[in-house]
Structure formats: structure tokens, C-alpha cells
Design a protein around this ligand. Sequence first.
Ligand SMILES: [Fe+2]
Length: 181
Amino acid sequence: MAFVTIRNTGERIEGEAAVRDFLTANNVYYEHWDTDKVPSRLQNVFTLTEADKEAILDSLKDDIERLAQTRGYVKWDVIALSSATPDLDSLLRKFEQVHTHTEDEVRAITAGSGVFIIKGGEDVGYFEVHLTAGDVISVPENQPHFFTLTDERQVVAVRLFIDPSGWVAHPYADPSFEGQS
Ligand SMILES: [Fe+2]
């Protein structure tokens, strides 16, 4: 289950309702899916064939289509990152730059874990959203953020898009961020 830490204060926010309230107040959408629906042979597996990815999408079809309908997503896929991913370190270095997008960034974690670091309002500053299987997050368009893995360094996530071309990272130069990573 997701928890949030606020970088400036070290405050930790736990529990589904408290996490959702905090994220909502910071324009970040959050919900939780039952990832037990994923076929057991694909749970906690991080090296996936295209057929495996299709099977994961199919098992979560109802949740995906409901979310897609309410928020206007037209396309979805599965991304898997682990030590088996070629050049994982350089990929992570690329991910770990603060950036924005012209559409929201949606990720439903289905295995492993990951962290979104997001810029909140002036009074909040950067906060970390720690996600595990079942956590679904949408970072709004134009909100500075980046993604990284946790110490386990493996994740599987469903991505949903309004327009695939929207998933272009625009670097966000933020002097207030320097030295905080
Ligand atoms: Fe992003």
C-alpha cells in the first residue's frame, strides 16, 4: 500500500484514506486495484514476454477500461524493469531528472515497487509517493516529477495514455531541487 514522505519535513503519511487525501490536495489522482487478479504464474515476475504482458492487461481489463473511460485514456501497455533490463542504470539516470509532460502520467503498479517524486505546492515542496502492487497514480500534466525504483530495483506497471506522443519528458530546471536528491 502506498505511503508518502514529505522531503522538507520528513513527515510520513500512511493509510489509504490519508494518502488519497494528501495526494488529492496536491492534484495527484490515486486509487487501488486488486492485483490478485493477475494470473499467479505472472505475479512477482519481472521478465515478461509480449504474451505475458497481454495476459496481465487482460486480467485487469475491467479496472483499466473503467479508468480509461472516466479519464479519457485510449491506449495502454505494460512496462517491466529489473536487473534483466539492459542498461537499467542509465535508464534510471534518465528517469531521475525532474520533468513534466503535456498529459498526465498514469501508472498502475502490478508487481515490485517504485517511487514518484513530485513537486507539490510552495508549502509542501517535493514529496515522495512510494508505490507497491495495486497502487494506481496519475501525476497531472505540467506537474514537475520524476520516477525511480526502490532498493529492490524491480517493477511491473501498466501505463495508460491519452496520446502516446504525450509521453515526452520536458526537462524542468528547478534550483530549489538542487541538492535534495
Ligand atoms: Fe514522467
